[in-house]
Design a protein around this ligand. Structure first.
Ligand code: SF4
Ligand code: SF4
Ligand code: SF4
Length: 272
């Protein structure tokens, strides 16, 4: 039974968050929301331990569709970065601000970019494309993410400065337009660069939070140097070009790791 402690621990962490927010905010939605996400992630880890090949995809679909369809389209919450700025400016610690705090700002100190590997609804679609491993060398255009990041902030700040009417409705429309733009850009880039995750590497504004926080992540893949035979397989199957054989925090593209476990599954020496 020992091998099942990781899903149990993950469920316990999410239930703690769920119950704490339920009482703190006096809103039972948080109990439902974080219990559902915790259960989905725990199920994924359980399936992974049972060696089910598509375990990560199951979690990606369960969490990604829930956030996109239920929270975004049905509850009309803008869960994108614009929604985060919006709730931050209104001073409301709700919806997107809590989501960002847990999944994208403080959570990565614990579980790195697990969000990107298991929950993001943009990557949920991009991972279906044919270039699961990049077929071309990485480009030096990651600076684009700072432009999209600034653009999202300026957009929401402008709405407040202009005292726009019906700002809630604008934010909902921005959520739909933003997602369509992300999907269009993500798919186009994947084909242009022959890399499903090109959008994540160069464009996504959320990585401005995710990358520095995940640098300090508690959870990370480590290499047992005594077992490693330097065959390079782990690097060849990595969708994010991480040099996982280097155990230092400064490993090449270390803050890009999405914990997809492809390197672990493919290492012939069980060194990871
Ligand atoms: S980098 Fe952005 S688009 Fe890619 S998985 Fe992470 S949050 Fe989603
Ligand atoms: S796949 Fe395993 S043995 Fe090969 S280089 Fe990576 S860690 Fe070492
Ligand atoms: S293959 Fe390994 S190093 Fe690359 S993103 Fe997945 S877990 Fe991280």
């Amino acid at each position: 039974m020992k091998k099942y402690w990781p899903p149990a621990a993950m469920l316990a962490i999410f239930e703690t968050v769920a119950v704490s927010l339920w009482f703190a905010k006096d809103n039972i939605f948080y109990l439902f929301n974080f219990s559902y996400i915790g259960l989905s992630i725990a199920l994924g880890i359980f399936l992974y331990i049972r060696r089910y090949e598509h375990a990560r995809r199951v979690v990606q679909l369960l969490v990604g569709l829930y956030m996109l369809v239920y929270l975004g389209l049905i509850c009309r919450e803008n869960m994108q970065i614009e929604g985060f700025w919006y709730y931050l400016f209104t001073g409301v610690f709700e919806a997107a601000t809590i989501h960002y705090a847990v999944a994208k700002i403080f959570g990565p100190l614990l579980f790195g970019r697990g969000w990107c590997g298991y929950a993001c609804w943009t990557a949920m679609v991009l991972d279906l494309l044919p270039y699961k491993v990049p077929e071309r060398p990485r480009r030096n255009i990651g600076w684009i993410r700072y432009i999209t990041f600034a653009g999202s902030l300026i957009f929401v700040a402008a709405l407040f400065l202009a005292r726009a009417a019906n700002i809630e409705r604008i934010m909902f429309r921005a959520f739909i337009a933003g997602n369509l733009a992300y999907y269009a850009a993500g798919i186009a880039l994947a084909y242009a660069f022959r890399d499903n995750r090109a959008f994540c590497k160069y464009i996504c504004p959320v990585t401005v939070f995710l990358k520095p926080m995940s640098y300090f992540s508690l959870l990370r893949i480590k290499c047992d140097k005594d077992k490693c035979v330097s065959c390079g397989k782990c690097r060849r199957v990595c969708p994010m070009d991480v040099d996982v054989t280097d155990n230092s925090r400064k490993r090449l593209n270390g803050t890009e790791c999405i914990l997809c476990m492809e390197c672990v599954r493919n290492c012939p020496k069980n060194a990871l």
